[in-house]
Ligand binder design. Sequence first.
Ligand SMILES: *Cc1c(COP(=O)(O)O)cnc(C)c1O
Length: 370
Amino acid sequence: MTPIHHANAILTIDLNAIVNNWLLLKDHMGSGRDCAAVVKADAYGLGATKIAPALYNAGCRVFFVAHLDEGIKIRPLLPKASIFVFNGPQQEDATEFQIYNLFPVINSLYQLEIWSKQASQANIPLPCIVHIDTGMSRLGLPEDEITRLCVEPYRLNGLDLRFLMTHLACSDEPEHPLNKIQLERFKKFYTALAAIGISAPVSFVNSSGLFLGTDYLFDLGRPGIALYGSNPTSMQSNPMKPAITLQGKVLQVRKIDSPWSVGYGASYHAVKPTRLATVSIGYANGYPRGSHTGAYAWIDHKRAPLVGRVSMDLLTFDVTKIKKVQPGMMIELIGTHHTLDQLAQAADTVSHDILTSLGPRCYRVYYGEV
Ligand SMILES: *Cc1c(COP(=O)(O)O)cnc(C)c1O
């Protein structure tokens, strides 16, 4: 492994903070309800093989991934956990779901047929979740397929239906009318299925859905991004602990006179003499290239604004007002002073996108390793 003094950018991941966040969300779900952990996309790029076992040790027993391979990777680390795979089975991989003891989310009657065939071959009831679409139009049984299932309930024969689930489209906007509409549609489908004897506990909410009120909670929460420190509430201060810091190394500190430009496209013009720090991290590390006003570094207790375009390997910050900055220093680009959510906002994106972009070019350090 590369020695840490070679690192141009360091991503620290606090496993204790992630565990604390899960405990807080589980507590928020309330008694009689459970809380899963969404660790798809390598736990949002932060390392599923570290994070999932840490959560497992804290008592988490239900995990969600998106791909079969993401499930295969963590399966041996979580002996007694249920691992559900959002994308569900295909003809060519259904057997592997069974071999690896992974439970598919069934998103269509087509997938239901694949999985029930697998179960009848295996001659044992195979677990699954049935995903009902109530407003995403992406995955999940659409209304006509639910109606069909209501008249052909034998389609579920041989399967062990663990949960019924749906997914909110606008949970980060509590006032959005679609939230209520999805809730009502789900209840309608749930009642129709229950009437013919198809029933199971319900998983309804992702991170921000957990904060829409108790009507939305049902039996199992499915938070992802809030575990990793992003604010799941739209208006309140962040109840989650920050779980990552991203630092970059200062390569140069230089003065420029005005008028003078900075970076590609000469998009930034200094209007007065300015001191700049050049930092060795760029979009090839996953720092968002679209960052503009509102992106900062935190140096010596002060904010240094990002100026000029984000390059592949470099960033430039205005450090005119900051005395204590010199080559070799590691400075904070995401952390408690400039948060993941603030950087996401400055890049016109979501925290999910920032985290999953921070690639292997960032040197990783884990705190609270299990
Ligand atoms: C990714 C995902 C989640 C987790 O969403 P967050 O916003 O990260 O909490 C939950 N459910 C489904 C279906 C997802 O795809």
